[in-house]
Design a protein around this ligand. Structure first.
Ligand code: UT7
Length: 321
């Protein structure tokens, strides 16, 4: 038994925040942001919740997969910015979609690697026979935890949702998944408040993403290089067996470094960071959906998905689409 992606969906909130808009908010420039990150704009919610964004993406993915909500017996929802402490965003999405079949629904928190963690978990549920058809979600409203006065972080992040429908099949779709963590890097990338730590700060609306960008950058480039090697070796594949790199969209310079390692021409790398910014757990499924819908990624092609983020967490998935 294997699992296969049979539908993708994506949703971005309507409001666009350009680099020029940010120039009016903090001491930055369009030129600096583009040169250092590749980002031109990002989408920002105006009150929409994370599960609301996810519902729109999920309905698109279900339509492409030719499935109804009741076909879904598992929802795994990767997010760092859930609607509520509880119920989970997965349960809220289940209700929004009107699913009443009692299938499992839960959230996964692995920050920017969240979608890869969720995909790896759903694949294991399907391979073990526990589930037949899953929604795997990456959705975020990071704009709620961005310090809009901190130029070193506020230029980076955006909101959005990406979803895939994963179904049990006889032929392999997900070829392998690889997920890792090293919890010793809290000081380089974190949100400075939560429920059982510094709750007062959260209540006062002062809980923000804090990042030592330069140090995160170096670890990200090295780690993503290693995960590429691990993934190819596990599948006995060479670099030129990969048709598409679908990376986490944090910074064009990090994406280019991974593509260079794979010796992949830029035309075979899906880049959305210019339009979406860094949407954390949503970035990989949004990039995948973009390239599936515009016809670049075709059935039968081999995709390498990879991500790196807070924790640190990192991971990859090799996929026959
Ligand atoms: O998604 C999870 C993982 N996250 C990542 O992978 C992000 C990794 N990090 C990065 O993408 C990059 O480190 C950043 C884009 C965040 C920053 O780029 P950088 O090339 O590493 O810049 P830097 O932090 O070394 O800063 C260089 C200079 C500094 O000025 P001085 O000290 O050289 O005078 C900063 O103060 O750029 C300054 N700077 C800015 N200038 C204009 C920092 N932010 C800005 C800004 N506009 N927005």
């Amino acid at each position: 038994m294997f699992s296969k992606i049979i539908g993708t969906g994506g949703y971005l909130p309507e409001k666009v925040l350009s680099n020029h808009d940010l120039e009016k908010m903090v001491d930055t420039s369009h030129q600096w942001i583009v040169e250092r990150t590749g980002i031109h704009q990002r989408h920002i919610t105006e009150g929409q919740t994370t599960s609301e964004l996810a519902e729109k993406a999920a309905r698109q993915a279900l339509e492409m997969a030719n499935k109804t909500p009741d076909d879904i017996d598992l929802i795994i929802f990767a997010t760092t910015t859930p609607d509520l402490v509880f119920p989970s965003s997965a349960c809220l999405l289940q209700r929004r979609l009107g699913i009443k079949n009692g299938g499992a629904a839960f959230d996964i928190q692995a920050v920017c690697t969240g979608f890869v963690y969720a995909l790896a978990t759903a694949d294991k549920f399907i391979r073990s026979g526990s589930s037949k058809c899953a929604l795997v979600v990456g959705a975020e409203t990071l704009s709620n935890i961005v310090d809009w006065s901190d130029r070193s972080t506020c230029i980076l992040f955006g909101d959005g949702a990406g979803v895939v429908v994963l179904e049990a099949t006889d032929e392999p779709g997900i070829l392998s998944t690889h997920i890792h963590a090293d919890g010793s890097y809290e000081d380089l990338l974190k949100v400075n408040a939560g429920i059982s730590q510094d709750y007062q700060r959260l209540k006062e609306g002062e809980a923000f993403i804090q990042m030592k960008g330069n140090e995160v950058f170096k670890v990200a480039v090295n780690t993503l290089g290693r995960i590429v090697d691990e993934t190819l070796a596990a599948n006995n594949m060479q670099r030129d067996d990969i048709d598409w790199l679908v990376p986490h969209q944090a910074n064009i310079r990090i994406i280019n470094a991974t593509a260079k390692k794979l010796k992949l021409p830029t035309e075979n790398v899906v880049v959305t960071v210019d339009q979406h910014g860094n949407t954390s757990g949503a970035s990989i499924p949004l990039a995948l959906d973009t390239a599936v819908r515009d016809g670049r990624i075709k059935k039968g092609e081999t995709l390498l998905l990879e991500g790196f983020g807070g924790g640190f967490t990192w991971g990859s998935a090799l996929i026959r689409f």
